[in-house]
Design a protein around this ligand. Structure first.
Ligand code: DP6
Length: 320
C-alpha cells in the first residue's frame, strides 16, 4: 500500500510559541499563517512487511535522526501494531533551518499515510494528527491564509482567505543554511519555564489575532504588516529573555531588517517576519517583489534568496 502527498510550508504572521500540553503537543496560543506555493515537500510512503523498522530517506539519503518523530506520527495514525513503512521525502528548500520544513513534512506525512492505508480520516482528524507531530504542521493542511484555533483538548484550523483571494508574495533571505542550534519544540519549553515575558505574550495574543484576522479579511496590508512585525518581535523578545537565552538571529538577520525598513521608507509595501532560525521572510505585494528581492540579495550576510507566492493545502497526488 503506497501513496504520495505534497505539502508546502507555511509562515506564521501571528506566531505559535509555547505549549499548553506537551503530551498532546497542544499550543498555548492560536496563530495565523500563510501557506506558500513554491517551497515543496513531496512525501511517498509504502508499507513493507519485510521491514523490522521504518526506513526514512530525505532527499535520497537515509535520515535516521529524524525517524523517531516520523515513526511516532505514523503510530498515532495507524496504531503501534501497524506495518512498517518506507518513507521517501524530497524537499526543494533547506531543512531544519527555520523554513518550516517540519510543517510541510508532517502535513504531507499524515495525508500520504491516510491515503496509503485508505483510512479516509477527513481533514479535521488529519489537522489534529499533524498538530500532534508539529504544531505548525496543522496549518499546512490548508492553503492561503489559515488560522489555527485552540479547542478544549484539540485544535482546529480555518481558512480566512484562499491563496488567490489576496495573492501576496514572500521573499525569503537565507542568512545561514545550516541546521538551527536548538529545535523550536524544546526552545518553547525553555521560554515557558524561564522567560519573564512569557505570560504577557500569552495574554496579548488574542488581541493580535483579532487585529490580523480583520486585516486579512479586509485585505489591509499596512495593518497586517504592523501587527505581524510587532508579534514577531514580541516572540523573539520572549526567546531572548529565556534562560539560557534563545537567539536565532545572526548579523545578516539584522541587516535584512534594516533593508526592509529602508524599503518601507521608500514607499514599498513590505514587512518582515522571522521564525526559529536566522532567515528573514519579507512579505510584500506582488508588484514589489523585484525591488525587495534585489535589495535583500545585496544585503551583507545574505547567501541566497527564495521567492514564493501563496499556495494550497497538503494533498495526495497518487494512491495505489
Ligand atoms: C517560530 O511547529 O516547529 O515557527 O510543535 O514543537 O513542532 P513543534 O513546534 P513548531 O514551532 C513553530 C514555531 C515558529 C512559529 C510558528 O510557526 O507559528
Amino acid at each position: 500500500m503506497r501513496a504520495t502527498a505534497i505539502a508546502q510550508p507555511n509562515i506564521a504572521l501571528i506566531k505559535y510559541w509555547g505549549k499548553r500540553d506537551t503530551n498532546l503537543n497542544l499550543p498555548a496560543v492560536g496563530s495565523i499563517s500563510i501557506t506558500l506555493s513554491d517551497l515543496v515537500t513531496r512525501m511517498s510512503v509504502e508499507t513493507d512487511t519485510s521491514l523490522a523498522d521504518d526506513v526514512l530517506r530525505v532527499n535520497g539519503h537515509e535520515a535516521q535522526q529524524m525517524l523517531p518523530r516520523i515513526s511516532h506520527c505514523l503510530d498515532s495514525i495507524a496504531g503501534s501494531e501497524r506495518p512498517k513503512f518506507r518513507i521517501d521525502s524530497d524537499c526543494n528548500f533547506p531543512i531544519a533551518a527555520g523554513l518550516a520544513s517540519s510543517a510541510s513534512s508532517f502535513a504531507a506525512l499524515v495525508v500520504a499515510a491516510d491515503a496509503a492505508l485508505e483510512l479516509r480520516l477527513g481533514r479535521a482528524a488529519l489537522v489534529s494528527l499533524a498538530g500532534r507531530a508539529s504544531g505548525s504542521a496543522a496549518r499546512s493542511l490548508m492553503g492561503g491564509y489559515v488560522e489555527l484555533m485552540n479547542l478544549d483538548d484539540d485544535i482546529a484550523v480555518n481558512q480566512l482567505l484562499g491563496p488567490e483571494d489576496w495573492p501576496l508574495a514572500v521573499v525569503v533571505a537565507i542568512t545561514a543554511a545550516g541546521p538551527k542550534p536548538i529545535g523550536s519544540g524544546s526552545a518553547m519549553e525553555i521560554s515557558r519555564k524561564t522567560s519573564p515575558f512569557f505570560d504577557r505574550w500569552i495574554e496579548q495574543q488574542a488581541a493580535d489575532l483579532d487585529a490580523a484576522r480583520s486585516a486579512v479579511t479586509g485585505r489591509d496590508f499596512a495593518k497586517l504588516g504592523a501587527v505581524a512585525e510587532h508579534n514577531c518581535l514580541k516572540m523573539h523578545s520572549v526567546m531572548w529573555g529565556s534562560r539560557p537565552p534563545i537567539v536565532y538571529w545572526n548579523s545578516g538577520t539584522l541587516a535584512c531588517m534594516e533593508t526592509i525598513r529602508e524599503l518601507q521608507a521608500g514607499g514599498n509595501a513590505v514587512f518582515f517576519t522571522i521564525d526559529a532560525g536566522p532567515q528573514v521572510k519579507a512579505v510584500c505585494l506582488p508588484g514589489d517583489v523585484a525591488r525587495v528581492r534585489q535589495a535583500l540579495a545585496a544585503t551583507p550576510g545574505v547567501s541566497d534568496i527564495l521567492v514564493s507566492g501563496l499556495g494550497d493545502g497538503a494533498r495526495a497526488v497518487t494512491a495505489t
